[in-house]
Ligand binder design. Structure first.
Ligand code: 16G
Ligand code: MG
Length: 533
């Protein structure tokens, strides 16, 4: 153990690293020892669960210089919270106590070290990812684990592989070819039901964020038999990863990525750096930009599924899981018009995924474009007898096959959205007009210690510092259809502020006023937040 560790981690840095909302994320040069140690931990987790475990090397939408890691549990979901704690402990252990830290975990979890261990490893396109994934592989070998190195894959592809392996092929074949075949066959079957499927309607502009998603879209393309005609931008051939492009840029800046050539009314989408997020958008004829975020995606998919369930005569409860960031208009539309159950959780895929598991069918999406649908496989057992029911059941079955139930997946979500739009003969404008977003604004505030802010009610209320929530409530009261909340970020050292209201001006002023309240009451540092112009 010592020898390999010295090779990989001769200079563990003194930074305190935390396994956060979506794993470790920091400057790539601080991560070699963490990667090696997570290779060790993954083999322990594999022995504990007697299953294959995944390790993905990526920092998603962060700048190219950063990197990170996510651990994937047996069904393809995020690693269980108690093991996030072990990950943090192990990443920060001093070199001399590493062996005893490992022994502690082995004892606490009563792990039988003579069990076989199997770990799947994948990585994104960052320059540092190859070196860092080698450190993971070394860690796995060091504890005698078997390795399957998938090399360059999207995060959701690795989640999918892990799920396939642990369900012994029931979910699909654990190869890239298997993934493309499963998705493309389902897509082609679904689009046979399309209305007026002209070349114009089949056209989609895709912003690959100069990352792994772009490479994988190219691989998928051939299997789609021109049923989807993707025009790829930011394919990594010259631009920098996530720089002025990608889903995060588009959502936060509320404008198109650079490097894309959009005609009026053309349907466009952006992936993030590891292709587990997607947002759609278009420019209308007067040049104004329209964003269709995770809330619009959840609405489109849940509406479609609800109709199919009714047609197939299946009485199942469908719910949409959102976070506090969901636009108020989307929640209102889903509850009042669609009459579906809406549930709100804390930010972070693992919370939404967990909440969605409680329903017959759980559609979960964060406004930022992370999401998928769970539990659809239950349908496979329910064969309908009447013809029109059979037709709906067949559509459901193909939709199930198109959805990556292990985690949110930009490629799979894109194909689901494209299939639904094709089947309904719907344009992007028609989809957009299902409801109108309330104007909103997101800001950040720097404070000395963001842990001063503690929240409750799925992050919608601040319980500390005392008096902050009362101030927010008083500010919100001044505006029509207004709502605001604050929460400490789980990925950066700052506090996030969200406000929405009937007009953009009110949303902007409210967001600024709430930022000031945070600054004054929660230990703001640096310059006082300035009003938006
Ligand atoms: C991570 C989460 C994402 C969440 C974001 C919030 C995963 C895979 N990713 O990127 O779901 O929206 O963090 O960041 O869980 P914040 O805490 O800094 O606002
Ligand atoms: Mg991502």
């Amino acid at each position: 153990l010592g020898v390999v560790w010295v090779v990989n981690c001769s200079q563990p840095c003194r930074l305190m690293l935390q396994y956060g909302t979506a794993g470790f994320r920091t400057t790539a040069k601080h991560l070699d020892h963490v990667m090696f140690r997570m290779g060790l931990l993954a083999t322990l987790r594999s022995r504990k669960t007697k299953s294959t475990i995944g390790v993905m090397v990526t920092a998603s939408h962060n700048p190219e210089e950063d990197n990170g890691l996510k651990l994937i549990d047996p069904m393809g979901e995020m690693v269980t919270p108690s093991w996030e704690g072990y990950a943090t402990q192990l990443a920060n252990a001093e070199q001399e106590v590493l062996c005893s830290a490992l022994k502690d975990i082995i004892e606490k979890e009563t792990i039988n070290m003579s069990e076989t261990a199997s770990v799947f490893v994948g990585r994104d396109t960052r320059p540092s990812s190859q070196r860092l994934s080698q450190a993971v592989l070394d860690g796995v070998s060091c504890l005698g684990g078997q390795i399957q190195d998938y090399g360059l894959v999207t995060t959701p592809q690795l989640h999918y592989m892990v799920r396939c392996r642990n369900t012994h092929g029931c979910y699909g074949t654990d190869t890239l070819q298997g993934y493309y075949q499963k998705l493309s066959q389902a897509f082609i079957e679904l689009t046979k039901n399309a209305r007026n499927h002209t070349d114009d309607q089949k056209r989609l502009l895709v912003d690959g964020a100069n990352g792994i998603g772009a490479l994988k879209v190219r691989e998928l393309e051939a299997c789609l038999q021109s049923e989807l005609q993707m025009v790829l931008f930011n394919d990594g051939s010259n631009g920098k990863l996530n720089y002025l492009c990608g889903a995060d840029y588009v959502k936060v800046q509320q404008k198109p990525p650079q490097g894309i050539n959009m005609g009026a009314g053309e349907r466009c989408c952006s992936f993030d750096g590891d292709a587990d997020r997607i947002v759609y958008y278009y420019n209308d004829s007067d040049g104004s930009f329209h964003l269709l975020d995770g809330d619009k995606i959840a609405t489109l998919i849940s509406t479609y599924l609800k109709e199919l369930l009714t047609q197939a005569g299946l009485n199942l409860q469908i719910a949409v899981v959102q976070t506090a960031y969901a636009n108020g208009s989307s929640t209102q539309y889903l509850e009042d018009i669609m009459k579906v159950t809406v549930s709100c959780t804390k930010t972070g895929v693992k919370h939404l995924h967990h909440a969605a598991q409680k329903f017959d069918i759980g559609v979960y999406f964060e406004a930022n474009g992370h999401g998928t649908v769970l539990q659809l496989s239950e349908f496979i057992r329910l064969k309908a007898s009447v013809d029109e029911k059979k037709h709906a059941a067949k559509l459901l079955e193909n939709t199930i096959n198109l959805i990556n139930q292990a985690t949110g997946d930009a490629i799979s979500d894109m194909l689901v959205i494209e299939a639904v739009l094709a089947i309904r003969g719907m344009t992007v404008q028609e989809w957009d007009s299902i409801y109108t977003d309330l104007p909103n604004r997101q800001l950040t505030v720097k404070v000395a210690d963001r842990r001063m802010i503690d929240t409750a009610d799925a992050e919608r209320r601040a319980v500390t510092p005392a008096g902050l929530q009362d101030s927010i409530d008083a500010l919100v009261k001044k505006y029509t259809k207004a709502r605001a909340f604050v929460r400490p970020s789980g990925t950066e050292d700052l506090v996030r502020v969200y406000a929405e209201a009937e007009t953009q001006e009110s949303a902007d002023v409210l967001a600024h006023e709430v930022s000031l309240a945070v600054y004054h009451m929660a230990g703001g540092v640096g310059e006082k937040p300035k009003p938006l112009k």
